[in-house]
Design a protein around this ligand. Sequence first.
Ligand SMILES: CN1c2c(nc(N)[nH]c2=O)NC[C@@H]1CNc1ccc(C(=O)N[C@@H](CCC(=O)N[C@@H](CCC(=O)N[C@@H](CCC(=O)O)C(=O)O)C(=O)O)C(=O)O)cc1
Ligand SMILES: N[C@@H](CCS)C(=O)O
Ligand SMILES: [Zn+2]
Length: 757
Amino acid sequence: MISVVGFPRIGQNRELKKWVESYLDKKLSKEELIQNSKNLKKTHWQLQKEYSVDLIPSNDFSFYDTFLDHAMLVGSIPEEYKAVFSDDLELYFALAKGYQDQNIDLKALPMKKWFFTNYHYLVPEITDNTKFELSSTKPFDEFVEALSAGIKTKPVIIGALTFLKLSKKSNVDIYDKSFWEKLLEVYIQILKRFEELGAEFVQIDEPILVTDLSTKDIEFFDSFYRSLLLHKGKLKVILQTYFGDVRDCFEKIILLSFDAIGLDFVDGKFNLELIKKFGFPQEKFLVAGVVNGRNVFKNNYKNTLELLNMLSSFVDKKNIVISTSCSLLFVPYSLKFETNLDSNKKKFLAFAEEKLKELSELKLLFSQENFTTNNIYFQNIQLFEEMEKNKLSDVSTAVNNLTDDDFERKPCFEERIKLQKEVLNLPQLPTTTIGSFPQTQDVRSARSKLKKGEITFEEYESFIKSKIERVIKLQEEIGLDVFVHGEYERNDMVEFFGENLEGFLITQNGWVQSYGTRCVKPPIIFSDIKRKRPITVEYIKYAQSLTKKPVKGILTGPVTILNWSFVREDIPLKNVAFQLALAIKEEVLELEREGVKIIQIDEAALIEKLPLRRCQHSEYLSWAIKAFRLTCSKVKPQTQIHTHMCYSNFDELLDEIAKMDVDVITFEAAKSDFTLLDSINKSSLKAEVGPGVFDVHSPRIVSKEEMKKLILKMIEKVGKDRLWVNPDCGLKTRKEEEVLPTLQNMVLAVWEVRNNL
Ligand SMILES: CN1c2c(nc(N)[nH]c2=O)NC[C@@H]1CNc1ccc(C(=O)N[C@@H](CCC(=O)N[C@@H](CCC(=O)N[C@@H](CCC(=O)O)C(=O)O)C(=O)O)C(=O)O)cc1
Ligand SMILES: N[C@@H](CCS)C(=O)O
Ligand SMILES: [Zn+2]
């Protein structure tokens, strides 16, 4: 059999994004949105059927986020939202995006990164008031929709442990049976309903099982599922894990009466060792995740068939289900739109649709005794031999020649910061922004015209320069201290660098959902990385020529470029990171030579990609931090190096972040509690800090008073001498009318505080 854990839902041309945005703009009716989405789901199910997928997922579709769908399903929604909306879809989008009118001001649920991916889920809150009850029909409706199209799907449901652990909890003990019994009842009802509807398989996703688990987690899991599985009736229940191995609970889960266990053999290589050590129950299916759901390179059939054959010495061959390692949500839809990719490179790639083909080819080969004589197998072997030949020089000469001195910035922070203060002569509590200003429609449309050849590069360049002129003027008017050029020339902070460095492939349509309706187009790292030409220098120099205030040169750091790109699987990540670092270093040094006095190297994704298991942290951090240091170790002491990190919970990692040895770090402040600021004082971090004073993800205009209070609190926590004042991230997703007043209030708040220092 073949199973797909989940399928991309945004549509081959981002149709869903466009429909949802139109619905939110009141340009598409609710009925149209629902009908269009039904057609889209049907297309995806039919596509999977064409590739002979046996276990086709449903309920992997979502208007915004499946975690929010699940919260709606089990009734874990705050009462104050429920009270306002009689329409479920309005309630849903209010939770996703917030809601404001003259009388009501409801915030959006917070977003968090989904494990180590670049997808964000919405975080529901569970309190002692939460009354779990079956509150939506979405998964059942989708099952029936597919059935009426002639496809019996495998509904996918988020498991209870993953749901509870990834939700925010207030005043509840999730391990207390009297708390979770109600939730159990809801899960029982869900299974019963699917059984009534005639489902054969149901997939329960428990990716949390691949993280470090406590005894309580394991006890909860055991009791909850022991009880739930008593009610499965005729259904076959798949326990689906992904993103790693299940070393903490394998022995327990194989004893439970799941009918199938889904294990990831791509990110969870250790799963094979677990099976070798503990065996696998003969009566169960093993859903073997062998086709990578998180990367775009073709599957190596030789390795995969070796693995499957190895597994078949522990599991009856007919019980091995060939599967994706995780949902295909994390890869683009199809290669068929990539008409500009060099065919000699494209042949090494597989997006979601091509992965369906891989699954069916693997099924065929696995069923054949003499698969090595099959032409499909032979061609795949040849492909990988060719890939091996055009391997990146394992460690390129420059990376090979690096010595300790290349990672060391001199002199020490205390001496550098004194020199920088003399050069920059900034006021106390310097104000700045993180880099991007609103990417307004005119900017997107100019870029689109450039791509279509409707305007020349010179016309585009002069348009970007006019935007820079405007943003410099705006910053002068607002009274900020350190300026930015606005990043108007960048479609995305990673893709833009991919477009301008050698070694990357850029897709036309390789969109992947990042959150809600927002997508990114990750570039593909294919060969040695080199800087072909200056990337940011001209626009930053131009911006600096328009003002006496210092303009920050803003670059994306090597680890973030690496982590938000698709990277070849046959080269150690560390080597690719060092190649990227050498390229960014050249840009840093050129900016410095051109007189740029402050350079910000964004490492938004450095902490977020931390391995899920603690025991693997230090290995990752050691090369990731070195890659960052390589970019700026050779700048003059007078040049001030900033970095920016967003979204991450890095309280416990401050001593590691200190090793980046930057002069200034801006980050998302813990929104209302100040634990991070307290931790800064206790850590070895010496850098000046700019905890964000407003949340860029909310359209709210923030008042001077609100920010003044925050600044005073921050001064109390970290002192006035090392504090910067800035938003918590770039402003690209906001409208100008939302952020300009807030920036003005931020500056006014600082002026008032300064006057009283
Ligand atoms: C900081 N974040 C980032 C992450 N990952 C990245 N790779 N980059 C990030 O910045 N991860 C964590 C967060 C996630 N945050 C975001 C924030 C915003 C977006 C977003 O706005 N995405 C846009 C697409 C951006 C883009 O690449 N735009 C292109 C193409 C624009 C386009 O769609 N053009 C239209 C034509 C337009 C016209 O003619 O008017 C078209 O092609 O049809 C560009 O600017 O050139 C989105 O809309 O989803 C994502 C993640
Ligand atoms: N410089 C980037 C960082 C985002 S994390 C921006 O301002 O958009
Ligand atoms: Zn950010």
